[in-house]
Design a protein around this ligand. Sequence first.
Ligand SMILES: Nc1ncnc2c1ncn2[C@@H]1O[C@H](COP(=O)(O)OP(=O)(O)O)[C@@H](O)[C@H]1O
Ligand SMILES: [Mg+2]
Length: 235
Amino acid sequence: MALATAAPIVELTDLVKVFDGQVRALDGLDLTVARGEFLAINGASGAGKSTLLQVLAAIDTPDSGRVVVDGVDLTRVRHPDHYRRQEIGLVFQLHNLLPQLNARQNVELPMIGTHPRRTRKERAAQADELLAAVQLAGKELRRPPELSGGERQRVAIARALANSPALLLADEPTGNLDSGSADAVIELFERIRRERDVTIVMVTHDPRAAKAADRVVTMLDGRIVDPAEAGDAAF
Ligand SMILES: Nc1ncnc2c1ncn2[C@@H]1O[C@H](COP(=O)(O)OP(=O)(O)O)[C@@H](O)[C@H]1O
Ligand SMILES: [Mg+2]
């Protein structure tokens, strides 16, 4: 029997982030995420959800509090850009693909200059494998303008997986999609979690995502709150 002692992959303690000296985007937030968990976060606009993801991605640092991801204290990481590229996968509401590059090249981009070192050929092969995993085999040479919204988001997900991140962060990944494409993207996240050694933290208002997730928490005024306390603010 497995011992239930594996350390959580994310441990956030008493996080505070204040903007412009008055907006408490994070206000004493505590959160633990288990390794391999698929966590969905909802909450009203302005609750601090994107700020939380930015801190988890080492894009932003909190004013105070502890951020430990996979055993690393993120406030002490010397090269956050390098750390992020190696350890974190990021998916946003808008795909942020480079329009002049094809799908394969977009997925290859984060592989350049990271470990393990890969040759051009290896990068291309790996990108194609990831594109196949997001059901885009045969579309490797299409550029973003030649793909549908749902397909573009799936390229963005493949790109986020390029360096086999321990943690996959998604900020309203279906927010810009029609309901059919949103379904496919949610199913894809579910399958990624099942098939890969990855933890998913997804900010979403999509009730389908809430069903696919292991756990749903609600943010309100910079903290994780009880569903009862959140009331109608959740969706
Ligand atoms: N870079 C920033 N500068 C100033 N205020 C910000 C900045 N980022 C977020 N905020 C403010 O912090 C609060 C939380 O924002 P955000 O994390 O984007 O919320 P959510 O993603 O839940 O909608 C909001 O009041 C927002 O206006
Ligand atoms: Mg947001």
